[in-house]
Design a protein around this ligand. Structure first.
Ligand SMILES: CC(C)(COP(=O)(O)OP(=O)(O)OC[C@H]1O[C@@H](n2cnc3c(N)ncnc32)[C@H](O)[C@@H]1OP(=O)(O)O)[C@@H](O)C(=O)NCCC(=O)NCCS
Length: 178
């Protein structure tokens, strides 16, 4: 299982129990959750449960989101990466996602780390397809998904929220990246 990767500016690595307080710093901010169901975490124990869940995914699916650390400062700026998504749609798919502290938005971190996740997914893990979903009003996230090469396919509703769905197949990625 791949537990760490690197981009020009960041180290990406698996979640660990010890990361709870650094992650909670981001997950309790309401602004971060504007398009994620508006339920920021209120208690560090919730963060421990989330980390347990992510670690269980690593074991079960051999894949899961990764923490993003700034190479220069070692600050945990957020998370980014792939996940086997089993709850959002009526079918399972490999999802690409990302979440960062607001002070780091607009610096290209989602784009840089998501491109590394696509490379990991297609080149190393040989996934046939990677998808992404975002609230139609989450313009930054929709923009990132398109910028990294996913194509809009349809809209769907999740828990009352209208979302855009995007897909990228391995052969289309390889055609542009080999
Ligand atoms: C969505 C999120 C991950 C984007 O991260 P980021 O590192 O700021 O993204 P990037 O800087 O790589 O790219 C953002 C792109 O969206 C564009 N953008 C940002 N806000 C926008 C808006 N309101 N309308 C249109 N485009 C917008 C930026 O201009 C940029 O595109 P460009 O490079 O063509 O100019 C970040 O805002 C975040 O963490 N949000 C909270 C969590 C979240 O919503 N996650 C996604 C769930 S689907």
């Amino acid at each position: 299982m791949i537990t760490k990767i690197e981009t020009e500016r960041f180290f990406l690595r698996h979640f660990e129990t010890e990361d709870a307080s650094a992650l909670f710093e981001m997950e309790h901010i309401p602004e971060v959750h504007t398009y994620l169901g508006k339920q920021p975490l209120t208690d560090i124990n919730q963060m421990h449960e989330v980390i347990k869940g992510v670690k269980a995914q690593y074991q079960k699916n051999k894949i899961g989101r990764m923490l993003v650390l700034d190479k220069k400062t070692n600050e945990l700026v957020g998370w980014s990466g792939l996940k086997l998504e089993e709850k959002i749609r009526s079918f399972n798919y490999y999802d690409i996602g990302y979440r960062f502290k607001p002070q780091h938005w607009g610096k290209g971190i989602a784009t840089e780390t998501a491109l590394a996740s696509l490379k990991l997914g297609f080149e190393t893990l040989k996934l046939p397809e990677i998808c992404g979903a975002a609230d139609v009003e989450n313009l930054a996230s929709c923009r990132v998904l398109q910028k990294i090469g996913l194509k809009f396919t349809e809209q769907f509703t999740f828990e009352g929220t209208l979302c855009n769905f995007y897909r990228l197949r391995k052969e289309d990625w390889l055609a542009n990246n080999s």
